[in-house]
Design a protein around this ligand. Structure first.
Ligand code: TXA
Ligand code: MG
Length: 307
Protein backbone atom coordinates (compact mmCIF):
# COMPACT_ATOMS: atom_id res chain seq x y z
CA UNK A 1 0.00 0.00 0.00
CA UNK A 2 0.95 3.66 -0.25
CA UNK A 3 2.26 4.44 3.26
CA UNK A 4 0.89 7.99 3.11
CA UNK A 5 -2.69 7.11 2.09
CA UNK A 6 -5.06 7.47 5.07
CA UNK A 7 -8.05 6.09 3.16
CA UNK A 8 -6.56 2.64 2.59
CA UNK A 9 -5.53 2.61 6.26
CA UNK A 10 -9.07 3.59 7.33
CA UNK A 11 -10.41 0.66 5.27
CA UNK A 12 -8.02 -1.65 7.10
CA UNK A 13 -9.37 -0.38 10.44
CA UNK A 14 -12.95 -0.92 9.28
CA UNK A 15 -12.08 -4.49 8.35
CA UNK A 16 -10.82 -5.08 11.90
CA UNK A 17 -7.12 -4.77 11.04
CA UNK A 18 -4.38 -2.96 12.93
CA UNK A 19 -2.64 0.15 11.56
CA UNK A 20 0.68 1.75 12.45
CA UNK A 21 -0.31 5.38 12.98
CA UNK A 22 2.16 8.26 13.28
CA UNK A 23 1.33 10.90 15.88
CA UNK A 24 3.28 13.97 16.98
CA UNK A 25 4.29 12.12 20.19
CA UNK A 26 5.16 8.53 19.22
CA UNK A 27 3.89 5.95 16.71
CA UNK A 28 0.75 4.10 17.80
CA UNK A 29 -0.67 0.67 16.93
CA UNK A 30 -4.24 1.59 16.06
CA UNK A 31 -7.51 -0.36 16.04
CA UNK A 32 -11.26 0.37 15.86
CA UNK A 33 -12.14 1.24 19.49
CA UNK A 34 -15.57 -0.37 19.16
CA UNK A 35 -14.26 -3.72 17.90
CA UNK A 36 -13.22 -6.01 20.76
CA UNK A 37 -11.50 -8.50 18.45
CA UNK A 38 -9.33 -5.81 16.92
CA UNK A 39 -8.55 -4.43 20.38
CA UNK A 40 -7.60 -7.91 21.57
CA UNK A 41 -5.22 -8.15 18.62
CA UNK A 42 -3.53 -4.91 19.79
CA UNK A 43 -2.95 -6.31 23.27
CA UNK A 44 -1.65 -9.52 21.74
CA UNK A 45 0.73 -7.77 19.33
CA UNK A 46 2.17 -5.69 22.17
CA UNK A 47 2.23 -8.51 24.70
CA UNK A 48 0.48 -6.03 27.00
CA UNK A 49 -1.30 -7.10 30.20
CA UNK A 50 -4.97 -6.74 29.36
CA UNK A 51 -5.76 -4.74 32.51
CA UNK A 52 -3.99 -1.75 30.98
CA UNK A 53 -6.59 0.50 29.30
CA UNK A 54 -5.93 2.23 25.96
CA UNK A 55 -6.27 5.83 24.78
CA UNK A 56 -9.10 6.52 22.32
CA UNK A 57 -7.93 8.91 19.61
CA UNK A 58 -10.47 11.27 18.07
CA UNK A 59 -10.48 13.71 15.16
CA UNK A 60 -11.91 16.58 17.22
CA UNK A 61 -13.83 17.62 20.33
CA UNK A 62 -17.15 16.63 18.71
CA UNK A 63 -16.02 13.02 18.38
CA UNK A 64 -14.66 13.12 21.94
CA UNK A 65 -18.06 14.16 23.32
CA UNK A 66 -19.62 11.02 21.85
CA UNK A 67 -17.47 8.87 24.14
CA UNK A 68 -16.61 11.02 27.18
CA UNK A 69 -18.44 13.39 29.53
CA UNK A 70 -16.85 16.83 29.47
CA UNK A 71 -16.81 19.18 32.47
CA UNK A 72 -15.62 22.81 32.43
CA UNK A 73 -12.03 21.73 33.11
CA UNK A 74 -12.12 19.42 30.09
CA UNK A 75 -13.58 22.23 27.99
CA UNK A 76 -10.80 24.60 29.02
CA UNK A 77 -7.96 22.09 28.54
CA UNK A 78 -9.13 20.87 25.13
CA UNK A 79 -9.68 24.45 23.94
CA UNK A 80 -6.08 25.22 24.86
CA UNK A 81 -4.20 22.02 23.94
CA UNK A 82 -6.16 20.11 21.26
CA UNK A 83 -5.24 18.91 18.81
CA UNK A 84 -2.07 17.99 20.65
CA UNK A 85 -0.24 15.82 23.16
CA UNK A 86 -2.74 15.90 26.06
CA UNK A 87 -4.86 12.88 27.07
CA UNK A 88 -7.83 13.33 29.42
CA UNK A 89 -9.32 10.54 31.52
CA UNK A 90 -13.05 11.30 31.81
CA UNK A 91 -16.26 9.46 32.73
CA UNK A 92 -17.29 7.34 29.74
CA UNK A 93 -20.40 8.68 27.99
CA UNK A 94 -21.60 5.91 25.73
CA UNK A 95 -19.82 2.80 26.89
CA UNK A 96 -20.57 0.96 23.63
CA UNK A 97 -18.54 3.34 21.47
CA UNK A 98 -15.33 2.21 23.13
CA UNK A 99 -15.49 -1.49 23.94
CA UNK A 100 -15.01 -2.81 27.48
CA UNK A 101 -11.69 -4.38 26.62
CA UNK A 102 -10.25 -1.04 25.42
CA UNK A 103 -11.30 0.54 28.72
CA UNK A 104 -10.08 -2.53 30.66
CA UNK A 105 -13.56 -2.70 32.17
CA UNK A 106 -13.38 0.79 33.73
CA UNK A 107 -16.28 3.26 33.49
CA UNK A 108 -13.80 5.95 32.47
CA UNK A 109 -12.20 6.59 29.10
CA UNK A 110 -8.89 8.16 28.07
CA UNK A 111 -9.27 10.43 25.04
CA UNK A 112 -6.98 12.59 22.94
CA UNK A 113 -7.03 14.39 19.59
CA UNK A 114 -3.56 14.04 18.04
CA UNK A 115 -2.07 16.91 16.03
CA UNK A 116 -0.17 14.93 13.37
CA UNK A 117 -1.80 15.63 9.98
CA UNK A 118 -1.71 11.98 8.91
CA UNK A 119 -3.29 10.83 12.20
CA UNK A 120 -6.00 13.47 11.78
CA UNK A 121 -6.62 12.40 8.18
CA UNK A 122 -6.90 8.77 9.27
CA UNK A 123 -9.34 9.60 12.10
CA UNK A 124 -11.48 11.72 9.79
CA UNK A 125 -11.52 9.04 7.10
CA UNK A 126 -12.39 6.36 9.66
CA UNK A 127 -15.03 8.52 11.33
CA UNK A 128 -14.88 7.09 14.85
CA UNK A 129 -12.60 6.66 17.86
CA UNK A 130 -9.44 4.63 17.35
CA UNK A 131 -7.47 3.11 20.21
CA UNK A 132 -3.71 3.33 19.88
CA UNK A 133 -1.14 2.43 22.47
CA UNK A 134 2.45 3.25 21.63
CA UNK A 135 3.50 0.77 18.94
CA UNK A 136 6.31 -0.81 20.97
CA UNK A 137 6.08 -4.29 22.41
CA UNK A 138 5.16 -4.02 26.07
CA UNK A 139 7.90 -2.64 28.31
CA UNK A 140 10.14 -1.40 25.45
CA UNK A 141 10.94 2.15 24.36
CA UNK A 142 8.20 3.79 22.29
CA UNK A 143 8.94 4.05 18.53
CA UNK A 144 9.54 7.59 17.29
CA UNK A 145 10.39 6.71 13.67
CA UNK A 146 8.55 4.69 11.03
CA UNK A 147 11.41 2.16 10.93
CA UNK A 148 11.31 1.62 14.70
CA UNK A 149 7.52 1.21 14.61
CA UNK A 150 7.75 -1.41 11.83
CA UNK A 151 10.42 -3.23 13.79
CA UNK A 152 8.35 -3.35 17.01
CA UNK A 153 4.87 -4.37 15.87
CA UNK A 154 4.85 -4.03 12.07
CA UNK A 155 4.40 -7.78 11.79
CA UNK A 156 0.90 -7.44 13.24
CA UNK A 157 -0.25 -4.44 11.16
CA UNK A 158 -2.52 -4.68 8.12
CA UNK A 159 -1.45 -1.18 7.07
CA UNK A 160 1.29 1.25 8.07
CA UNK A 161 1.42 5.02 7.66
CA UNK A 162 4.80 6.75 7.39
CA UNK A 163 4.57 10.17 9.02
CA UNK A 164 8.31 10.67 9.39
CA UNK A 165 10.08 11.15 12.73
CA UNK A 166 7.82 12.19 15.61
CA UNK A 167 8.21 15.85 16.42
CA UNK A 168 7.67 15.56 20.19
CA UNK A 169 9.16 12.12 20.84
CA UNK A 170 7.53 11.59 24.26
CA UNK A 171 4.05 10.28 24.98
CA UNK A 172 1.15 12.57 25.74
CA UNK A 173 0.54 13.93 29.21
CA UNK A 174 -2.30 12.01 30.93
CA UNK A 175 -4.58 14.00 33.25
CA UNK A 176 -7.54 12.42 35.06
CA UNK A 177 -10.56 14.69 35.61
CA UNK A 178 -12.69 12.39 37.76
CA UNK A 179 -12.65 14.14 41.11
CA UNK A 180 -9.59 16.27 41.69
CA UNK A 181 -7.52 16.87 38.58
CA UNK A 182 -4.60 14.44 38.72
CA UNK A 183 -1.44 14.08 36.69
CA UNK A 184 -1.31 10.35 35.85
CA UNK A 185 1.61 10.56 33.42
CA UNK A 186 3.90 13.54 32.88
CA UNK A 187 4.38 14.18 29.18
CA UNK A 188 4.74 16.61 26.35
CA UNK A 189 2.42 19.22 27.84
CA UNK A 190 4.09 20.27 31.10
CA UNK A 191 2.56 20.38 34.56
CA UNK A 192 2.99 24.17 34.63
CA UNK A 193 1.16 24.57 31.31
CA UNK A 194 -1.81 22.58 32.62
CA UNK A 195 -1.87 24.30 36.00
CA UNK A 196 -1.95 27.65 34.22
CA UNK A 197 -5.35 26.63 32.79
CA UNK A 198 -7.09 24.67 35.60
CA UNK A 199 -5.06 25.34 38.75
CA UNK A 200 -3.03 22.94 40.89
CA UNK A 201 -2.84 19.24 39.97
CA UNK A 202 -3.05 16.51 42.60
CA UNK A 203 -0.49 13.71 42.47
CA UNK A 204 -1.36 10.35 40.91
CA UNK A 205 -2.62 7.87 43.46
CA UNK A 206 -0.43 5.00 44.53
CA UNK A 207 -3.26 2.70 43.35
CA UNK A 208 -1.71 1.29 40.21
CA UNK A 209 -5.08 0.53 38.60
CA UNK A 210 -5.68 4.26 38.22
CA UNK A 211 -2.66 4.52 35.99
CA UNK A 212 -1.58 1.08 34.98
CA UNK A 213 0.98 2.41 32.50
CA UNK A 214 3.16 3.49 35.39
CA UNK A 215 4.88 0.15 35.81
CA UNK A 216 8.32 -0.07 37.37
CA UNK A 217 10.22 -1.29 34.32
CA UNK A 218 8.84 0.32 31.19
CA UNK A 219 10.27 2.07 28.13
CA UNK A 220 13.29 -0.15 28.76
CA UNK A 221 16.13 -1.01 26.38
CA UNK A 222 17.80 -4.43 26.70
CA UNK A 223 20.96 -3.04 28.37
CA UNK A 224 21.03 -1.88 32.00
CA UNK A 225 20.56 1.87 32.40
CA UNK A 226 22.55 3.97 34.92
CA UNK A 227 21.15 7.41 35.68
CA UNK A 228 22.72 10.72 36.80
CA UNK A 229 26.10 9.72 35.41
CA UNK A 230 28.68 12.51 35.16
CA UNK A 231 30.58 10.46 32.58
CA UNK A 232 30.47 6.94 31.11
CA UNK A 233 32.50 4.15 32.70
CA UNK A 234 34.61 1.85 30.50
CA UNK A 235 32.35 -0.12 28.16
CA UNK A 236 29.30 2.07 28.71
CA UNK A 237 27.41 4.03 26.07
CA UNK A 238 26.58 7.59 27.15
CA UNK A 239 23.41 9.59 26.71
CA UNK A 240 24.78 13.11 27.15
CA UNK A 241 22.91 16.36 27.73
CA UNK A 242 24.74 19.61 27.06
CA UNK A 243 28.35 19.95 25.90
CA UNK A 244 30.15 16.59 26.00
CA UNK A 245 33.14 15.03 24.25
CA UNK A 246 32.14 13.19 21.08
CA UNK A 247 32.96 9.50 21.23
CA UNK A 248 31.74 6.53 19.20
CA UNK A 249 29.27 5.59 21.89
CA UNK A 250 28.13 9.05 22.95
CA UNK A 251 24.59 9.99 21.94
CA UNK A 252 23.94 13.62 22.77
CA UNK A 253 20.28 14.27 23.57
CA UNK A 254 20.91 17.98 23.11
CA UNK A 255 24.40 19.51 22.84
CA UNK A 256 22.88 22.93 23.60
CA UNK A 257 20.97 21.66 26.65
CA UNK A 258 17.50 22.12 25.10
CA UNK A 259 14.85 19.93 26.79
CA UNK A 260 12.56 19.90 23.76
CA UNK A 261 15.33 18.59 21.55
CA UNK A 262 16.25 16.03 24.23
CA UNK A 263 12.65 14.76 24.43
CA UNK A 264 12.50 14.35 20.65
CA UNK A 265 15.78 12.38 20.65
CA UNK A 266 15.24 10.30 23.82
CA UNK A 267 13.73 7.03 22.56
CA UNK A 268 15.66 6.92 19.27
CA UNK A 269 18.95 7.43 21.14
CA UNK A 270 18.05 4.82 23.77
CA UNK A 271 17.54 2.40 20.89
CA UNK A 272 20.81 3.41 19.22
CA UNK A 273 22.76 3.12 22.49
CA UNK A 274 21.20 -0.29 23.06
CA UNK A 275 22.69 -1.42 19.75
CA UNK A 276 26.09 0.21 20.11
CA UNK A 277 27.84 -2.87 21.47
CA UNK A 278 28.18 -1.30 24.93
CA UNK A 279 27.71 -3.23 28.18
CA UNK A 280 25.38 -0.65 29.75
CA UNK A 281 23.91 2.81 29.11
CA UNK A 282 24.95 5.74 31.33
CA UNK A 283 22.70 8.80 31.24
CA UNK A 284 23.69 12.36 32.17
CA UNK A 285 21.55 14.23 34.73
CA UNK A 286 18.57 16.01 33.14
CA UNK A 287 17.18 19.15 34.83
CA UNK A 288 13.81 18.40 36.44
CA UNK A 289 11.95 21.44 35.13
CA UNK A 290 9.37 21.75 32.33
CA UNK A 291 9.68 18.82 29.91
CA UNK A 292 12.47 17.49 32.15
CA UNK A 293 9.82 15.99 34.45
CA UNK A 294 8.52 13.75 31.65
CA UNK A 295 12.03 12.88 30.39
CA UNK A 296 13.13 11.88 33.92
CA UNK A 297 9.93 9.86 34.39
CA UNK A 298 10.72 7.79 31.26
CA UNK A 299 14.40 7.45 32.21
CA UNK A 300 13.58 6.21 35.72
CA UNK A 301 11.32 3.56 34.23
CA UNK A 302 13.91 2.64 31.58
CA UNK A 303 16.31 2.06 34.50
CA UNK A 304 13.70 0.01 36.36
CA UNK A 305 12.89 2.35 39.25
CA UNK A 306 9.33 3.06 40.28
CA UNK A 307 8.46 6.75 40.04
O1 TXA B 1 1.26 9.89 23.13
C1 TXA B 1 0.52 8.95 23.42
O2 TXA B 1 -0.33 9.03 24.33
C2 TXA B 1 0.64 7.66 22.60
C3 TXA B 1 0.22 7.96 21.17
C4 TXA B 1 0.19 6.74 20.28
O3 TXA B 1 -1.04 8.62 21.18
N1 TXA B 1 -0.14 6.61 23.17
C5 TXA B 1 0.22 6.02 24.35
O4 TXA B 1 -0.64 5.03 24.75
O5 TXA B 1 1.18 6.33 25.01
P1 TXA B 1 -0.29 3.96 25.85
O6 TXA B 1 -1.36 2.93 25.75
O7 TXA B 1 1.11 3.48 25.69
O8 TXA B 1 -0.48 4.73 27.20
C6 TXA B 1 -1.78 5.02 27.69
C7 TXA B 1 -1.71 5.49 29.11
C8 TXA B 1 -1.36 4.34 30.03
O9 TXA B 1 -0.51 4.82 31.05
C9 TXA B 1 -2.74 3.93 30.57
O10 TXA B 1 -2.65 3.30 31.82
C10 TXA B 1 -3.43 5.28 30.67
O11 TXA B 1 -3.00 5.97 29.51
N2 TXA B 1 -4.89 5.14 30.62
C11 TXA B 1 -5.67 4.82 29.58
N3 TXA B 1 -6.97 4.75 29.93
C12 TXA B 1 -7.02 5.05 31.23
C13 TXA B 1 -8.10 5.16 32.19
N4 TXA B 1 -9.36 4.94 31.85
N5 TXA B 1 -7.76 5.49 33.46
C14 TXA B 1 -6.47 5.73 33.80
N6 TXA B 1 -5.42 5.63 32.95
C15 TXA B 1 -5.69 5.30 31.69
MG1 MG C 1 3.31 2.97 25.89
Amino acid sequence: MDPTDPHTAAQALKAGGLVLMPTETVYGLAADAANPRAVAAVYEAKGRPSFNPLISHVADVGMARRIARFDPRAEALTARFWPGPLTLVLPAADTAAVCDLARAGLDTVAVRAPAHPLARALLQAFGGPVVAPSANRSGRPSPTTFAAALEETGYAAAAALDGGPCEVGLESTVVALLDEARLLRPGAVTRAEIEAVIGPLAEAEADARRSPGRLARHYAPDLPVRLDAAAPAAGEAFLAFGPAPETARTFNLSPSGDLKEAAANLFAMLRAADRSGASAIAVAPIPHEGLGEAINDRLKRAAGFVG
